[in-house]
Design a protein around this ligand. Sequence first.
Ligand code: ADP
Ligand code: MG
Length: 678
Amino acid sequence: MATHLFSEIEYLKGVGKARGEKYRKLGINSPYELIYHIPRSYLDFRAYVPVAQAKLNEYNVLKLTVYRKMPPQRIRGGLVICKAAATDGMDDILIVVYNNVYGFHALKENETYYMYGKVSGNLLRKEISSPVYISASEKVLIQPVYPLTQGLSVNMVRANMRQALELMRDDPFETLPRAVMEKYDLCPLMAALENIHFPESEEASEAARRRLAFDELLKLQLGMSLMKSRSRRSTAYKMDDSISAAPFMEGLPFELTDDQKKAVDEIVADLCRDVPMNRLLQGDVGSGKTAVAAAACYFTAQNGLQSALMAPTEILASQHYRTLSEFLEPFGLKVCLLTGSLTPKKKAVIREQIISGEINVIVGTHAIIQKDVEYKALGLVITDEQHRFGVAQRAALAEKGDSPHKLVMSATPIPRTLALIIYGDLDISAITQLPKGRKPVQTYAVTGKLRHRAFGFVKARLDEGRQAYVVCPMIEDSESDLFAVKSYAENAAKGDLKGYSTALLHGKMRAAEKEKVMKQFRDGEIQVLICTTVVEVGVDVPNAAVMVIENAERFGLSQLHQLRGRVGRGQFESTCILITDNTSEDCVKRMKIMSSTADGFKISEEDLKMRGPGDFFGSAQHGLPPLKIADIACNMELMNKAQNCARELLEADPQLNAPENRALKMDVLRLFNKEIIG
Ligand code: ADP
Ligand code: MG
């Protein structure tokens, strides 16, 4: 393998310390990483126009001969302007280059170039400013456009790219086994990389993109699968399949839905195997995941083992604590809540009870998996809303204790293909139906003009004894004109909600304060909760039957759906009123979708289509390596092929250690953090 390909980026000609730093800012440390700096789009220099037809104040491609370069002018602030007169044979135009003497010097008098840049001026005098250009003798007329950073010009990147590609061409390597390339009709890696940067034709660029997108999806699949197999070490907590979870289910005040029952069965079967369970329990808000989790805790306790449930926030942790206590205490199980806001004395007592095994189920924030908490026998770890924790934490959690069984709960419905990627290291149980008798939330989108009337409706429901949420995007007033909870609450108390009890809830409040407000709301002492999106996660107050969302345009589909899930949790008809004055196409569409469906999976599918996987794939959310080329929403078919291919490869060679797979494995390790896969 070409050694210089992986040396420092400064190895390339023309890359000194300064330019090297700029490349590093883009995450490019070596010529190899530069090669994977994929063009955002292409410039087609074949489509040039005469100067006379150039559109003013727009970007145009022109074919120009430079006939006189003028000396650079230095103006205030160290700015340097270079100018040159040029012609297309019919008309003249002035080339103006700002602050790029180096680029200007490269232009030669009496040479002809294709140039792309913004044309301004009037019909008589035109200029093209800071154009991107190539020599008219250049054969490749489709040129890449890169995501750039200040001080790195397209021409610099192109020159460096050519050299990096040459380094690789000296000693090209292939990451895919020949059989895979043949079966899935993929071009060789070297050809793909050359054509993604300097395509000979549209077809060549298409084939290159397909090959590289396939690579990405395949590597993602393989990486996730390797992680999954790593966490499949044996567990010390194989449970007894002669024990039954039935008494728990029979003791519930309601009958589990079929999906819930199936999930419980799948979980119990996993718990009875000698490899740790690694399962995702996916279901819309209110679909009854907590009841399923409780069944798992019950079964674990019957096996003499402890369970821990970890939630991302204190509000959610105490919510789970109450629910699990209600479900489990009737069976004589002991549940405790362990969060950061307990007094040291109380914490010490609880820790004692955890070590002694007196407590069966421990609920809390991530504090419960810290070193200072010792368990007697932790058999099951449940995490809620785990998509907020990400892949790396999941891997870390897998290392805790004697490989306990793990259940991940997520209320963010994700289209199945995406779930397979984000949660590729997990098995999946999905609850797709809501409990019987649950009525879908009626949703209306209105403009601010109807706010007063909307509150008339809210008050009528309050008078019937119901409670309401009002959600605003901001905490404090700002220049943005967006509603902020603080001033909103003040105004509402004097205006639309005069005479009703209201309270504030937002993320900047102290945990104890938030908890106090939540308790008052749950107890019905507060009628209207004016809040930010802190209520998004897991809050369960069945009597709350109305939600008003202000500046609804500010929220994405999935977020609106999560918010709306706070109502419609009891036997009451529930309503969600979305208020927005935004008339953009995008916003109107979102409001329409929200008003027409309550199906979380459908909504997330739409969300994916509208936002694109870029957002879904923000690596902050899940810790997966970002995709540069593949577009999951548009490449569904390729995605399926990559999944098939990954399966075939791993079936034949589970650790990818065969010689023909070694390059591919290296590539997977390069993409993922090595420690995760190990
Ligand atoms: P999730 O955690 O999925 O958002 P929960 O487990 O909190 O949902 O359930 C929401 C509400 O529905 C709870 O009050 C719960 O007691 C109730 N519930 C759960 N399963 C059923 C069922 N099968 N039938 C009726 N009510 C149910
Ligand atoms: Mg819940």
